[in-house]
Design a protein. Structure first.
Length: 383
């Protein structure tokens, strides 16, 4: 009874060990299988995701083809275009054609704001002989509103072609500055001869001959005024008489001409395109000084310098010099030599002490001609 019981217990213990070993083996096999099964779905999922990204489905393709463009881009473009002013000129050039000297002419440049935002004029740039009106900087024109730039052109006195440019600057982003051009051809309406007078103190009436004025376009005119520098030349006229040609006989005053060796004659007319003509005159002086001005450089106080000047008679007359002096006593005469109808003068200039940082010497040498005029020669020097 006892041996049988012990034998039975031994067999049961063996069976228990065998069952435990089988359970452990099954557990290991199960864990290994789980790891394999979990790895397979992950790889398969990654493959499926990658295929989905590259190849869209038919339903997605059809949906994409029917999808409309975003409306926001169109709206932004429309707003930007609507906020722009635009200046439009009717014309950018005006030709006055043939005009007379010293005459005034008007023109207009019309423009409008063809944009959908206010047009602001920022600047008007004019040029020589041309003035503007009607439009000013800072002026604003609403969409559809128009403006007029008025031009006043004053022709010059010299014949020839003229071309001037003006500029209108605005806030138009497409063209911030518009160039306007005005043109004209200045042509004489009245011819006058001579155009200059060469006068001589030793000739009768200073050599002043007749002055002829002729209308070139056939329109009659009257002479209403005759003026000359210092009244050195005058002429008799009747302002009530009109004609297409006049011959004036100028009368010269020799004494006044001697004091005004250069000047002009101004003649007023009633011709609509030639209101005035000017004739320059030049008188041959009785004497010429060479050089006409004494110039000195690098002066030092109280250190004299010497210079020579010549006095010549333009009319080949014999003459004598009474005295030579200077207004400030800086220049003195060292000697004079007469050669036919001219004198050579030797002068000594003694600079006084310099005054200021940029000291300048200034004096006048006065040469008194016997029974004649006193010649004044400027003397300038720099320390």
């Amino acid at each position: 009874m006892t041996e049988n019981t012990a034998s039975c217990r031994g067999r049961m213990h063996s069976l228990a060990l065998l069952g435990l070993a089988m359970v452990c083996a099954a557990l290991l096999a199960c864990q290994s299988g789980c790891r394999q099964e979990s790895a397979r779905p992950q790889a398969q999922a990654e493959t499926e995701v990658e295929i989905t990204r590259v190849v869209p489905t038919e339903r997605q393709t059809a949906a994409d083809s029917q999808r409309p463009e975003p409306p926001e881009a169109v709206k932004i473009s429309d707003v930007q275009a609507a906020d722009r002013p635009r200046i439009v000129m009717e014309s950018v050039e005006h030709d006055f054609g043939e005009v007379g000297p010293d005459t005034s002419h008007k023109a207009e440049f019309r423009f409008s704001n063809a944009g959908t935002a206010p047009l602001r004029i920022t600047q008007i740039n004019s040029c020589c002989g041309v003035t503007t009106a009607g439009v000013r900087a800072g002026q604003v024109y609403a969409p559809g509103e128009s403006g007029v730039l008025e031009i006043n052109y004053r022709a010059g006195s010299q014949p020839g072609s003229m071309r001037r440019n003006l500029y209108i600057q605005s806030n138009d982003p497409a063209q911030s500055a518009v160039t306007l051009t005005v043109k004209a051809t200045i042509a004489p309406r009245v011819r006058y001869e001579p155009t200059t007078l060469r006068l001589s103190l030793k000739r009768d009436n200073a050599g002043a001959g007749d002055i002829t004025l002729t209308s070139l376009d056939g329109r009659p005119f009257a002479i209403t005024g005759f003026r000359a520098t210092a009244n050195a030349i005058r002429a008799d006229l009747d302002p009530k008489v009109e004609a297409t040609e006049f011959v004036l006989k100028p009368i010269a005053d020799t004494e006044k001409l001697q004091r005004n060796l250069r000047g002009q004659i101004s003649i007023d007319l009633t011709h609509p395109e030639c209101r005035n003509v000017r004739i320059l005159y030049d008188v041959l002086p009785e004497f010429t000084v060479n050089p006409p001005t004494i110039m000195l450089f690098n002066l030092k106080a109280e250190e004299p310098v010497e210079r020579e000047i010549w006095i010549l008679s333009n009319y080949q007359d014999d003459f004598e010099i009474d005295s030579v002096s200077s207004q400030k006593g800086i220049v003195t005469l060292l000697g004079k030599t007469k050669i036919q109808n001219r004198y050579q003068l030797k002068l000594r200039i003694t600079p006084p002490p310099a005054e200021g940082e940029r000291a300048v010497l200034s004096d006048f040498v006065e040469v008194k001609i016997q029974d004649g005029p006193t010649l004044s020669i400027q003397c300038r020097g720099f320390y």
